[in-house]
Design a protein around this ligand. Structure first.
Ligand code: FHN
Length: 429
């Protein structure tokens, strides 16, 4: 019992520091792990059709005709600085943007395909270059989503999706497409300054056992930028060379969305992505946004499981962010101003997630995040000693009674905030 707090602190230190073998530097993983919140952006020519980023395959749009959409993509309202300012206001520390999604459109200038923002659109501006610059100004790290799938390239592997886009039969030779992706990744990692992470997606489209040659892709990334983290949304346990583990639409350990059935939680820093509304990419009818309280509870739920939340926005085709999204960024930011320290730089706390909420720990402080309790007291099984208990929502000390197995917190009332936070100062028993 005597050494329990020391052990908890040691485990926390291990979670914080010791995931650095191979891959990116320890510092980059650690910085990521402490971030709490990132903002995801799904944007491209598909946004113009207002039906989400899967519209090309969902409606079986012809791959040659689809490319012509780019000729009308002129997002006159796009202002990278405004995006970065709005995102910064949320308390997020990084931005992850779809440099190229499954439709194959590159949001950046590429020598390897004309189907890119600079060469194919009347806009003619490199969105990734402008965003990289704006993120630098705001102190945000830039992560790059990169699709393994391409519904428009005849040389791309033919998986379960994109089968109705009219491409000629794939000849089964992955070589040319792999060379193309390596060329694009080289462009992304040499033309835009430090890249916080490359975020792969689409592995799941090919039959199990298909060799995407990650050794080559990951090796290239780490050779070009050793501190660039590699994440892959393959919905599986982490693979060799990856630096973070990604979950989609679920908190680590849950599988309500059905993507995480085979994703055993490893020891890498964790991230889960979730939408603010329903769709990832802009959809005209997707107007119901999650209430800010729900988003905060999700953010806190992620932190209590040792994960960052990557919260998505689908900007409009004109380049502006929906007001509902900007409002939520601001509201989350107000919460982060006050309580961000209870999730950022913490690790999952001593008490595993429960129906009533989660715990996070930083040094000898244990934060109890009560997000759903219909009682005015809460018993926590704890092996450390509680010295002091303060409710952060009103700054008042609260009563508690400690026994051999834990502590009873006397909250004084049934909590009604999105996150009722009790800060416990703890020590060894
Ligand atoms: O197919 C994509 C989808 O469009 C979106 O990008 C999400 C984000 O996690 N990932 C894929 C589905 O797993």
């Amino acid at each position: 019992m005597k050494r329990t707090l020391a052990i908890a602190a040691l485990l926390c230190a291990i979670a914080l520091n010791l995931h650095a073998e191979g891959g990116a530097t320890a510092g980059a993983r650690e910085e990521f792990r402490r971030s709490g919140l990132g903002i995801f952006i799904h944007w491209g020519v598909s946004s113009m059709l207002g039906s989400g980023e899967w519209v090309m395959t969902n409606r079986n749009l012809d791959y040659e005709e689809y490319r012509r959409l780019a000729g009308a993509f002129c997002p006159s309202g796009f202002d990278a600085r405004e995006w970065a300012r709005d995102i910064k206001a949320s308390g997020a520390e990084y931005v992850c943007i779809t440099t190229r999604h499954h439709d194959g459109f590159s949001l950046f200038k590429s020598e390897l395909t004309d189907f890119n923002m600079v060469d194919a659109t009347p806009f003619g501006r490199d969105v990734i270059a402008e965003l990289a610059e704006a993120c630098r100004e705001e102190g945000l790290r830039l992560h790059m989503y990169y699709s393994l799938i391409d519904w428009g390239r005849p040389d791309a592997p033919r998986g379960g999706t994109g089968r109705g886009t009219g491409r000629p039969q794939w000849d089964g030779d992955y070589g040319p497409y792999l060379t193309f992706m390596k060329g694009q990744l080289t462009e992304l990692l040499t033309n835009y300054g430090p890249v916080g992470a490359v975020w792969f997606d689409g592995d799941w489209d090919m039959p199990e056992g298909f060799d995407w040659k990650y050794d080559e892709l990951y090796g290239l990334i780490h050779a070009l930028q050793p501190s660039c983290l590699i994440g892959n949304n393959h919905h599986l346990a982490p693979k060799e060379g990856e630096d973070i583990q990604i979950f989609e639409r679920d908190l680590p350990g849950e599988n309500t969305a059905g993507y995480s059935g085979r994703a055993t939680i490893g020891s890498l820093p964790l991230e889960t992505c979730q939408t603010m509304s329903s769709s990832w990419g802009y959809a005209v009818n997707d107007t119901i946004y999650k209430p800010v309280g729900e988003l905060i509870r999700y953010l806190v739920g992620a932190a209590g499981r040792g994960a960052n939340l990557l919260l998505n926005i689908g900007p409009r085709p004109d380049g502006t962010m929906p007001e509902e999204a900007v409002l939520r960024l601001r509201q989350i930011g107000e919460w982060m101003e006050q309580y961000g320290h209870t999730i950022k730089g913490t690790c999952a706390g001593d008490v595993p997630p429960r129906d009533w909420g989660v715990t996070t720990r930083k040094g000898d402080t244990l934060f109890v995040h009560i997000t759903g309790l219909k009682d005015s007291s809460l018993y926590l099984p704890l092996s450390c000693k509680v010295r002091k208990a303060v409710c952060l929502n009103d700054g008042k000390e609260i009563g508690f009674r400690q026994d051999r197995d834990g502590v009873l917190l006397k909250l004084g009332r049934v909590p009604d905030e999105s996150d009722h936070i009790i800060m416990l100062t703890t020590s060894d028993k």
